[in-house]
Design a protein. Sequence first.
Length: 107
Amino acid sequence: MALKLLHEPETDDPILSVVNLIDIFLVVIAALLITVAQSPLVSSLGKRDVTVITDPGQPSMEITVKKGEKIERYKASGAIGSGDGEKAGVAYRMKDGSIVYVPEGAP
């Protein structure tokens, strides 16, 4: 009787294929969860503020800033130092490391 159990004929049960597919999906989901958990923007230490700069100094530069739960993305326009504006004042760094801003036209 033990030999009969060892040599059972293979049956083509469609439910076995479904079970194998579920196993594959579970492995893929686990890999995705590990990848997301290692990302600096959604780490378990999510209480820290994070700034990520990609392609620094290039026209395609992008800055991603995470402060608390808020995430902001800034993309470079490609034109460095362009725009309309005027001088608003002067900032001075003191010997103790503090910075003093003097508005334009102040006595």
